[in-house]
Design a protein around this ligand. Structure first.
Ligand code: NI
Length: 174
């Protein structure tokens, strides 16, 4: 188990465009396991490899939406390697997004409500599925990271500046 340091805005590494993975092997699986440890510890529901400084097209997501009888989140880990969006719905949805690289800041972001995506899982098997709801939103947010885009880049300059000012204040209060 290893918890990796998460890069935060304005670290320029977060603007890196990630490259495809060419081999889904044990080294990659060990890294993915560290990504999950890091995401759960944060805690968060999604993490892109570039957020821990690795410019590869690897995402981990666990929405942790369901609870067991004791009220603990039930884990449903999902791995997306080399993900591609094949189709997106015209219908849009708005979600109040946050990001582990933009700590404790949230803002509404509009995205297609559903997407058809293709990706490899941690066994190297290919998937082609229609996704909707929070999973579709989260996948699009994480895929943005692979292009060096953060959710704040979807906001108006005014809203983005306000949010970043709040973050600066929060850090000073530290
Ligand atoms: Ni993020």
């Amino acid at each position: 188990m290893a918890i990796l340091p998460i890069l935060e805005i304005p670290d320029p590494v977060l603007k890196t465009v990630s490259t495809p993975v060419d081999a889904v092997d044990d080294d990659l699986r060990a890294f993915i396991s560290d990504m999950f440890d890091t995401m759960y510890a944060a805690p968060g529901i999604g993490l892109a490899a570039i957020q821990v400084g690795v410019p590869k097209q690897v995402l981990v997501i666990d929405l942790q939406e369901d609870e067991d009888e004791e009220g603990n989140a039930v884990r449903c880990p999902r791995v997306f390697i080399n993900p591609e969006i094949l189709e997106e719905s015209e219908e849009e949805s708005v979600y109040n997004e946050g990001c582990l690289s933009v700590p404790e800041q949230y803002a509404d972001v509009v995205r297609p409500a559903a997407v058809r995506a293709r990706w490899l899982d941690e066994k190297g098997e290919s998937h082609d599925e229609q996704l909707e709801g929070l999973l579709a939103t989260c996948l699009q947010h994480e895929m943005d990271h692979l292009e060096g885009i953060l959710f704040v880049d979807h906001l108006s300059r005014l809203k983005r500046d306000m949010l970043l000012k709040k973050l600066t204040k929060l850090r000073r209060a530290g």
